[in-house]
Design a protein around this ligand. Structure first.
Ligand code: G1P
Length: 303
């Protein structure tokens, strides 16, 4: 079996990023030299995905245009040094559907039921990426190897942060990349969290997911929660696994200004083309902020 399809929920309104998101989707914010949604597509393509369904909403057409090879600036219009940052026009096929209301992540994913066409598929949230393609590649491989119905990349988070994520209850270690998953709770908070392994926005599912979403009542926040469907799958004995991030791997999240700032700085400072110059600029800027006698790197030097 191969996994070639991915559903990318990108319909959220980005209220925590107002006013940046007043008229543009948060998924189009730059992380380094590319928009975050393109970094997501690059992760998917590196994991073998060829067909990507974007689940969007009003005011999100820029995302669809971004992956239309004929819309806006094309690869051929771009100068050489910028072209390398573009998404190769034939690296994946894109489709789009509108969610039709802020009804929750589970509902957004269910919009892709026909697209998934009875195969196993990836879900990758469109407002965050990883420091590299490896976590998603490992997730897909582990899902197939363990013949799972639901597999999730998880990251270790602080106690308080358990109120901001889905938190999984891990079972036995299965191999060096994977743990069994026995339960999952949406945003439980420190007192109810079954662990500190947080759902890191990358999932692989069997098509069984859709019947569990269809049976859900609205959960936390009155929304159809993807986490609740996963919980019901696990309670029914379907096989779930969790694949933790490894040391040195990070999730880069655009969801709020503080996390966006950190993600942008990391991507920019590690960029293959611009990183070196910006690291030296940043070191000098920090020295100047600490000690105004240190030369301001934005003033012309005499050299
Ligand atoms: C969603 C999921 C949550 C997950 C998070 C990761 O929450 O419901 O389980 O941990 O994405 O980004 P949201 O951030 O959309 O509220």
């Amino acid at each position: 079996m191969q996994i070639t399809r991915a559903i990318v929920p990108a319909a959220g309104r980005g209220t925590r990023l107002y006013p940046i998101t007043k008229a543009q989707p948060k998924e189009m914010l730059p992380l380094g030299a590319r928009p975050v949604i393109q970094a997501v597509a690059e992760e998917l393509s590196a994991a073998g995905v060829t067909d990507i369904l974007l689940v969007t909403a009003e005011n999100k057409r820029a995302i669809e245009d971004h992956f239309d090879p004929a819309a806006g600036l094309t690869h051929d219009d771009a100068p050489d040094e910028a072209r390398d940052y573009g998404f190769p026009p034939d690296a994946a096929r894109f489709y789009a559907i509108r969610q039709g209301g802020a009804l929750g992540l589970g509902h957004a994913v269910s919009c892709g039921e026909q697209f998934a066409s009875d195969e196993h598929f990836v879900v990758a949230l469109g407002d965050c990426t990883m420091t590299g393609p490896e976590p998603l590649q490992r997730l897909v491989e582990a899902h197939l190897r363990h013949e799972a119905d639901v597999s999730i990349v998880v990251q270790h988070v602080g106690r308080e942060a358990t109120k901001r994520y889905g938190i999984v209850a891990p079972g036995d270690r299965l191999d060096e990349t994977s743990l069994a998953m026995t339960d999952i709770v949406e945003k439980p908070g420190p007192d109810a969290a079954p662990s500190r392994y947080a759902v890191a926005a990358r999932y692989v599912f069997s098509p069984a997911l859709f019947r569990y979403i269809a049976a859900l009542e609205p959960g936390l926040g009155g929304e159809i929660q993807l986490t609740d469907a996963i919980r019901a799958m696990l309670a029914d004995g379907l096989r779930g696994i969790a694949v933790p991030l490894m040391p040195g791997e990070h999730r880069l999240d655009v969801g709020n200004i503080a996390s966006y700032g950190r993600a942008f700085i990391r991507m920019m400072l590690t960029d293959s083309g611009h990183g070196e110059g910006l690291r030296s600029y940043t070191a000098n800027l920090l020295a100047h902020i600490d000690d105004p006698n240190h030369p301001d790197p934005d003033l012309p030097s005499d050299a």
